[in-house]
Design a protein around this ligand. Structure first.
Ligand SMILES: Nc1ncnc2c1ncn2[C@@H]1O[C@H](COP(=O)(O)OP(=O)(O)OP(=O)(O)O)[C@@H](O)[C@H]1O
Length: 688
């Protein structure tokens, strides 16, 4: 089917390629590269050279036409991309070792080859970090890696850009030497004159090959002294002929129906342990080289959990409260001047109440409860203080408060409305902050309960008279003092377990994808499954340490005191499953994002959604019904509830709610795997 000929290494026939379905980048291009030759592909910027090379490599496919590559084994192909695509954090030596391991070259050969290439390409000392080398040095390094495994066919996309003429010359000498030793080389270049050193030049313009000849023959045929003139002449002629030869709508319509056949690089290699080892070793080098970031990533969950524990749930202290105590006329007869004897004198003494001032006792208790009580002489002043945000609430005791309270209790059902009114403690609270206003209300109630309890005790009455006719028995689960922190603690734990692997995985994958690293690795034979496995192994290590650490931090009682009744092992297992789902979610994110910035925006958005929709900040029971149902299907809603129940209720795996938490999270694993598979299938070159 392919017109190969005995000595053709590459053959392209009637190649058509479009990215958007209308503009054709390759327009019926024909190209033949004989074996053991250097083929220089010349053409102006944007004429489709890289597109053609991508089709040769099988990274892109033709819409119509034939591509044939004689040496299809991945180890037979060497590729140098146009962009540098090198791991900037590694040293030269590490990079050689990495590619050497990837191609399964033994250590001695790696040493030998790398020292030869260092010398001939005038590269710096092999301890130099790649990122610290000049652009030209990095380009030579990139070239060195493309020939490192001794490929049979070499595809070089502008390897000599920015190099000084001496170095270009030595690269061309190397290429000639390689061709003499049976290699085939296709090279694109902007320096037309250097293509004189090739065996054949292909002059490309607007998606077609205008000529394909030995340079000297081409110059002779066109009567030119320089290859550059020959190139210009061909382009000029083509410009006159082909201004209106674009793909016609009819042809564009027909072309996609034509069959495109390709025999390009065969990427179907099986999983290999040496490539996995290379990837793992490289990742360890990278982690070590970026040790500060590695440590930061490692300790981030501990910092998050600790700061959460320290900053959340404790009672606010020193909240300023304005009060007006008309029971004690301001400054003339203040609480400070009375002997407070609530503990040895009953306040319900009908004849003489002068020695008992319950308002003073209440103010004392409020101070003890860490409220900052500020006295004002008039209600107007106190109210103004609240308006000006000098105080969070205003508390008002009326004239003869204690006397009226006493009368209220003594008169019982005959009590007058006026007495009831005067026996009230009036509180006016700034409700703009719900949590603080709840807190102040609960402190006032607690104060009332405490003072009246003591007062009734002194009157030798049952102090339960002072309480509401409501008795809260011992809690079924949890404690009397369950705080907001106990509710949000498991949320923080699951969010940290989920979200950090999302970020880390997306960042790692995009780090390789950015700058064409992943693209280059794939063409060098690295399988995606090997990259993913290596990442999985490293990430699992992080996850196991981090989840163990955060659990200890939160529940061991050594650092913080969150209630924990259940099984440590079940909790640890659930946290690790949450992290695994986070990891897969991060992977999907990296497939959907073009850059780390995209992923960061998307990730931050998801983090907020998770926080609000998974019942992290507020119980899902408070959501509208439809949202509640949606929320249940999210990866960490029911798992967080399960964590809460494991901690405060002591339930185990046998409880249906815990099983539900595990199941909903586990169910996301196949879902995310399928989604990733579909994206990879749809976006053929997702790794670019
Ligand atoms: N993935 C893509 N999607 C859409 N258009 C693309 C894509 N890749 C390349 N193109 C377009 O195809 C045309 C040819 O690009 P190509 O990179 O093949 O040119 P080139 O000859 O290699 O150019 P240069 O010498 O500047 O590298 C350009 O107009 C480019 O914008």
């Amino acid at each position: 089917m392919f017109p190969t000929g005995p000595s053709l290494a590459v053959n392209v026939r009637s190649a058509y390629k479009t990215y958007d379905g209308t503009n054709y980048i390759l327009k019926g291009l024909n190209l033949s590269v004989a074996e053991n030759q250097i083929y220089a592909l010349l053409g102006p910027s944007g004429c489709g050279k890289t597109t053609l090379l991508n089709c040769l490599l099988g990274k892109g496919s033709l819409n119509s036409g034939l591509v044939f590559l004689k040496h299809r084994k991945i180890s037979d192909v060497g590729y140098m991309p146009q962009n540098i695509a090198l791991h900037q954090e590694l040293t030269i030596r590490e990079l050689f070792l990495y590619y050497g391991m990837m191609f399964n070259i033994n250590d001695d050969s790696i040493r030998e080859k790398s020292s030869f290439l260092l010398k001939i390409l005038e590269l710096p000392d092999d301890k130099r970090i790649v990122g610290s080398m000049s652009g030209g040095q990095q380009r030579r390094m990139s070239f060195a890696l493309s020939i490192f495994h001794d490929p049979k066919i070499l595809i070089l996309d502008e390897p000599t850009v920015g190099l000084d003429p001496m170095l270009c010359e030595s690269i061309w000498n190397m290429l000639r030497d390689m061709a003499n030793h049976g290699k085939t080389i296709i090279i694109t270049t902007h320096y037309i004159e250097e293509a004189k050193g090739s065996h054949c030049v292909g002059i490309m313009r607007r998606g077609r090959l205008l000529a394909e000849k030995e340079p000297l023959i081409l110059m002779e045929e066109l009567g030119c002294e320089y290859l550059e003139d020959a190139f210009l002449q061909l382009c000029k002629v083509d410009k006159h002929l082909s201004d209106d030869d674009d793909i016609t709508p009819e042809l564009a319509y027909i072309l996609p129906d034509k069959r495109a056949s390709s025999q390009t690089v065969d990427y179907n290699t099986s999983f290999s342990t040496h490539r996995l080892k290379a990837q793992l070793t490289k990742s360890c080098w990278m982690l070590r080289r970026t040790i500060l970031i590695t440590l930061f990533v490692l300790v981030l969950p501990f910092v998050q959990i600790s700061s959460f524990q320290m900053a959340t749930g404790s009672d606010p202290i020193d909240l300023p409260i304005a009060y007006v105590n008309q029971e004690m006329p301001y400054s003339t007869y203040s609480c400070a001047n009375v002997t407070n004897n609530i503990y040895n004198e009953c306040f319900m003494n009908e004849t003489d109440t002068t020695n008992v001032f319950l308002s003073c006792n209440m103010l004392d208790v409020m101070r003890r409860n860490k409220l900052k009580m500020i006295e004002y002489s008039t209600l107007e002043d106190a109210r103004r203080a609240v308006m000006k945000n000098d105080a969070w609430a205003l508390i008002h005791f009326r004239d003869n408060f204690t006397l009226h309270l006493s009368t209220k209790f003594i008169d019982g059902k005959n009590v007058k409305n006026y007495t009831i009114e005067m026996a009230n403690v009036d509180a006016q609270i700034d409700q703009s902050n719900q949590l603080l206003s709840y807190f102040i209300k609960s402190k006032i109630l607690q104060t009332y309960k405490e003072v009246m309890g003591e007062a009734f005790k002194t009157c030798q009455l049952d102090n339960s008279i002072a309480r509401l006719p409501l008795k809260f028995m011992d809690p079924v689960y949890g404690t009397e003092k369950t705080s907001f922190r106990d509710y949000t603690g498991p949320s923080m734990l699951s969010l940290t377990a989920f979200y950090l692997p999302v970020l880390y995985t997306a960042a790692m994958m995009l780090f390789e994808k950015d700058g064409g690293l992943l693209d280059r690795l794939m063409v060098s034979g690295m399988r995606f499954s090997e990259i993913a496995t290596s990442h999985f192994i490293i990430q699992i290590g992080f996850i196991l340490i981090q989840n163990f650490g955060t659990m200890i931090l939160m529940y061991s009682g050594l650092f913080f005191n969150s209630p924990f009744e259940g099984s440590i092992l079940t909790t640890y297992l659930l946290l690790n499953i949450i992290s695994l789902v986070g990891m897969l979610f991060g992977f999907v994110l990296s497939l959907l994002s073009k850059s780390q910035t995209d992923a960061a925006y998307f990730g931050i958005g998801c983090n907020f959604l998770m926080k609000f929709l998974c019942g992290m900040m507020w119980p899902t029971q408070g959501m509208n019904r439809a949202l509640q149902v949606f929320s249940f299907f999210l990866p960490i809603t029911l798992a967080t509830d399960a964590l809460r129940s494991l901690g405060s209720r002591g339930w185990g795996l046998s409880h249906p709610d815990i099983q539900l938490g595990f199941c909903t999270t586990l169910a996301w694993i196949p879902v995310l795997l399928v989604v990733s598979g579909l994206i990879m299938k749809k976006k053929k070159n997702w790794y670019e």
